[in-house]
Design a protein around this ligand. Structure first.
Ligand code: GDP
Length: 463
């Protein structure tokens, strides 16, 4: 197989262990959430710096730019935001800076500091996440405003939980601003934990609180003498390391959710996360919902050219005999041509109505569906029933906040989704109204398919 001009030749395929590949640390996708100004960028930037993942040159640039703008305290945040600007300009982001390793995990950070539509982006992140890191500010007055009825601490925590992300690390940040006061930490815990358990639906044992300072770097990867004795002996890095590895559905049909499609020197490259199955150089794949096929010419995984990738990997796939790149969009799915993903025009979903639902959901409600990287208008065609209702009870006319319901949803444009029992990550959905997330849950059954029969045949698989 000829290498593309963008990817070096793949290494020889010497491994006979087709299923598992060489042993690697399990990857953990961690979505970073929290109220604006909680200190997410500062904390992540400082963590990556401490792990020596930030080149000197970049640190100097961030220091200089933040100083010039009179915002020296933002220097670590600038590390992260520079990449965000790059993304906005359409430049491929160097994701290497957003990865780090703990003793037993490769961690991929899913975050969107400074993004215009933070919640939309967070939903994409949360839809792929194995666990979440919630950053809350302990500073006087800041925790209180980040925790108001409609504040993002609540909205993010509820969405993450209802999308099935069950493990949560809470970084209680800015502890330096309250002189590492134990009383303040306990005050934050006493307000937050009951909310996380009762309203958001986390189990208490699945929530770990770690007091930190993203600004001074205290308790991120190590603790110094400045930290008082009451602080539990677990750093943020250790709390992340203790998160359980997600099981990857390697043996299910291949599904790669497209995050990005671009052309480099004539080659069509599609980047995204492989949610299930495997892909090898030479495979024929279907581009859904287009219904057209293409051939895998090369694979790049974490900057390295590889011959195959498997569920959990983030990959760039170089395609040949592919549809034009302008027709491939985020939210499309590259899948096994012999077992294509359902392309749904209607589906049944079980959703939980969120605190931001102000007007109840009715038959005919017009909402916007978010599923992995897709966003599309939709209509609630019918409220099928409320979870917990008496058997034989008539179908309800409305769904109020706090209720869990089965809905029949019709989308304005067909979307690639899976039923929860088939592939959970691709069944997660959020329904929004205006800019409020009003319900979150899972597709339980695709009731109407709009699949297109493959229109274009690529040459048979290369051996
Ligand atoms: P984001 O919006 O959540 O990404 O927050 P930023 O990282 O941009 O930080 C918002 C503000 O909080 C900036 O002024 C930071 O310097 C400040 N900040 C962030 N972390 C800390 C911290 O640990 N201690 C103190 N005192 N300030 C912090």
């Amino acid at each position: 197989m000829a290498p593309t001009s963008t990817a070096p030749a793949p290494p020889p395929d010497s491994s006979s262990d087709e299923e598992e590949g060489p042993p690697r640390k399990p990857q953990l996708s961690l979505v970073v959430v929290g109220h604006v100004d909680a200190g997410k960028s500062t904390l992540m930037g400082h963590l990556l710096y401490e792990l020596q993942l930030v080149p000197q040159k970049e640190m100097h640039r961030a220091e200089r730019e933040s100083r010039e703008r009179g915002k020296a305290s933002f220097k670590f945040a600038y590390l992260m935001d520079a990449h965000e600007e790059e993304r906005e300009r359409g430049v491929t982001v160097d994701v290497a800076v957003k990865r780090f390793e703990t003793p037993s995990r490769r961690v991929l950070l899913l975050d969107a500091p400074g993004h215009r539509d933070f919640v939309a982006n967070m939903i994409t992140g949360a839809a792929q996440a194995d666990a979440a890191l919630l950053v809350v500010p302990a500073a006087t007055g800041e925790f209180e405003s980040s925790f108001l009825e409609n504040a993002q601490t609540r909205e993010h925590a509820v969405i993450v939980s209802r999308l099935g992300v069950s493990r949560l690390v809470v970084a209680v940040n800015k502890m330096d601003a309250v002189a590492w006061s134990r009383d303040r930490f306990e005050e934050v815990r006493a307000a937050l934990v009951p909310f996380l358990v009762r309203d958001a639906g986390f189990k208490e044992e699945d929530v770990a609180l770690v007091p930190v300072s993203g600004l001074t770097g205290e308790n991120l990867t190590k603790r110094t003498a400045g930290v008082p004795d009451w602080v539990p002996r677990t750093t943020l890095l250790e709390a992340v390391d203790a998160l359980p590895a997600a099981k990857r559905p390697v043996r299910k049909p291949m599904r790669l959710v497209v995050a990005d499609a671009f052309k480099v020197v004539g080659a069509t490259i599609v980047g995204g996360k492989l949610e299930s199955g495997r892909v090898r150089v030479g495979d024929r794949v279907l581009v859904a919902p287009l219904g057209e096929t293409a051939q895998v010419k090369a694979l790049t995984c974490h900057g390295e050219s590889v011959r195959r990738a498997r569920a959990g990997d983030n990959v760039d796939v170089t395609l040949s005999h592919a549809p034009d790149v302008t027709r491939i969009h985020a939210g499309f799915v590259l899948c096994d041509a012999r077992a294509p993903i359902p392309v749904a025009s209607a589906f049944r979903a079980r959703v939980h109505a969120l605190p931001l639902l102000s007007v109840p959901i009715l038959n005919g409600s017009q909402l916007v569906l978010y599923a992995h990287s897709t966003e599309v208008p939709c209509t609630v065609e019918r409220i099928v029933g409320l979870v917990g209702a008496k058997p034989g009870a008539p179908a309800p006319r409305l769904v109020r906040r706090g209720q869990t319901a089965d809905l029949l949803v019709r989308v304005a444009r067909p979307v690639c989704v899976e039923a929860m029992d088939d592939l959970r990550p691709l069944s997660r959905i959020v329904l929004r109204s205006g800019d409020a997330s009003v319900a979150a849950g899972f597709v339980t059954e695709v009731t109407e398919r709009a699949d297109v029969v493959p229109a274009q045949r690529a040459p048979p698989r290369a051996s």
